[in-house]
Design a protein around this ligand. Structure first.
Ligand SMILES: C[S@@+](CC[C@H](N)C(=O)[O-])C[C@H]1O[C@@H](n2cnc3c(N)ncnc32)[C@H](O)[C@@H]1O
Length: 347
């Protein structure tokens, strides 16, 4: 939707449709800002003191985040089963609205330290990745931007699963619930029984991550989301699947093509995918890393689109997918069908 080209009356109608209030005395620029951010422009500093005036990026016509020209492009034209190499915000902006059935993603957590801790007698490491270092406000803004784009390209009532640790999960949950009014269905706690010890002895040993499961619709309107209740019940020995999953860290066998510092275990992503998607669904991961989402999608007969800006990680992902595709090919089940594309996809 190109807000710049809309008249004030249309902008107000759109705000009303989205359940946003208090817009009658706003000027055009403020109406556009309200629509773009979901935050009342006159109340944002009191609501979000950490992001004072100017903190929230408002799309303008020069920098449009919505591409109405691409609306209506069919999914056949999407780069299905491909890893796209580049910045996810740029690439996502070239996709049409509402084309993905589900998004499973593991964004930067903003937990890295510029000076990491090491321990001579263990493999204990602190994350020190440049892609994971943001100021508090930049992280908030980055999260708003990518979540907004993902919600745009996801189908209405499509599932969204987002990984996070305590460093970021509250921010992400806040954005989903308060800024975009999306329905949160569950929070899954992934408990890692073999998590590395805490070497400072000043706090509990960090041994969990969280996965927010949200549905892409306003909280009151969300309906008909995919949940394969019986499948996950069967995976849990016939008992209802709970939201606390005890699954060890990524095993070495899953890292033979190269290491990614936050590679997720296939077992965790597999459970998410079987619960929240169906065969043939198209799944997006805009922070693909070593491609775990694509690997599981291949194994479970789902279609996928991966985005990752680091070429080294893309090579690892490609090798993992090739290995899987080759073994499937040898079994005469399916042909290998992936390739890394560079730059933005244009439909
Ligand atoms: C937490 S890791 C994902 C790991 C992945 N789940 C796996 O199993 O390997 C996040 C990834 O996002 C990538 N990334 C960070 N910012 C990005 C951006 N703006 N666009 C695309 N990729 C980005 C990083 O390079 C990193 O590989």
């Amino acid at each position: 939707m190109n807000f710049d080209q809309m008249r004030n009356i249309e902008l107000r109608k759109e705000l009303k449709k989205r359940g946003l209030k208090g817009y009658s005395s706003l000027r055009k620029a403020q109406l556009i800002e309200y629509l773009s951010t979901g935050i009342h422009p006159l109340k944002k500093t009191e609501t979000f003191p950490a992001i004072a005036e100017g903190g929230i990026h408002v799309p303008s016509s020069e920098n449009a985040e919505y591409s109405p020209t691409l609306l209506g492009v069919s999914t056949e034209k999407l780069p299905v089963n491909q890893i796209l190499s580049g910045d996810c915000l740029e690439i996502l902006s070239s996709f049409p609205d509402g084309v993905f059935d589900c998004c499973i993603t593991d964004p930067p957590f903003n937990m890295s330290k510029t000076k990491g801790l090491g321990w001579a007698f263990s493999s204990h490491v602190t994350m020190q990745e440049q892609w994971d270092i943001f100021s508090k406000d930049d992280y908030f803004q980055f999260s708003v931007n990518w979540i907004r784009e993902v919600l745009r390209v996801l189908k209405t009532n499509g599932n969204l699963f987002i990984f996070g640790s305590f460093h970021c999960i509250f921010t992400i949950g806040f954005i989903l619930q308060n800024m975009f009014d999306r329905r949160i269905i569950s929070q899954i706690v992934w408990y890692k029984p073999n998590a590395q010890p805490n070497i400072t002895c000043r706090m509990f040993t960090e041994s969990t991550e969280f996965i927010i499961w949200a549905v892409n619709n306003e909280s009151k309107k969300a309906k008909n989301w995919t949940f394969n209740y019986e499948t996950v019940k069967a995976m849990n020995g016939g008992k209802q699947m709970r939201n606390m999953w005890e699954i060890p860290l990524t095993p070495r066998s899953e890292k033979k093509h190269g290491k990614h510092p936050s590679q997720k275990p296939i077992a965790v992503v597999n459970r998410i995918m079987l619960a929240g998607t169906n065969e043939g669904d198209l799944i997006l991961d805009p922070f693909s890393g070593s491609g775990t989402t694509a690997v599981v999608a291949e194994q479970q007969n789902r279609k996928w689109v991966m985005i990752e800006k680091d070429e080294t990680y893309n090579q690892i992902a490609q090798m993992r997918i090739d290995e899987l595709s080759n073994s499937l090919f040898e079994e005469n089940v399916r042909k290998p069908q992936n390739l890394i594309s560079h730059g933005s996809y244009v439909g």
